[in-house]
Design a protein around this ligand. Sequence first.
Ligand code: DX5
Ligand code: ZN
Length: 222
Amino acid sequence: MKILTSPSLFAADLLNIEKEVKRTEEAGADTIHFDIMDGVYVPNISIGFEILAAVRSITDLPIDAHMMTVKPEKYIERLANAGADIITVHNDIACEDDIRAMLDEIHNYGLMAAIALKPRVPAEAVLPFLDLCDMILVMTVEPGFSGQSFMDMSDKIKTIKGYIGDRNISIQVDGGINPETASICAAAGANVFVVGSAAYRAESMKDTLDAVKSSAEKAYNA
Ligand code: DX5
Ligand code: ZN
């Protein structure tokens, strides 16, 4: 699988989103990770549909909407209209059948669908969704805030990689990712790297993303 970087805009300077999106493009990001929180599923509230649409209007980079909300099914159409390319829902917000219906609906809008697992959710949780998702997000922090310390989920990533087998499904990691932690996750089989504070607080975002990519490529292919 291709190694991709996905800066998490929530960690950017939100007073200057337009500049930050341009900086993200210039740094060579592959996609933009867009965190949507509702204050219910996670104890924080972040950025929403209007901002996503505004970001869409100034960039061609794919936008990955990470839904940290209850009832994300209510918002799939709005996300599609706002210009999201990928929608990620957490596995524990509904029963298996309802999650399958959501992933299906996301695909019906022509978007990519992903399932996310919090740190405490075991790898087996992805099994019912392997035929319906393009990406699996293994959270490496408790969702809700940027700038938290990385939790090593290598065993879970390896197990999921084994379940995926030959399928064309990416493994994304999100939380505390920098060149060192990206390498740990890539060695286990992750290929998409969400980078929040490490990217936006770096002196050179390009150097950081380049370093994430090269350390991940080395570890992934070792
Ligand atoms: C946390 C969010 C992340 C966060 C990542 O709940 O899902 O995307 O912004 O930020 P860092 O890389 O700083 O942990
Ligand atoms: Zn996220």
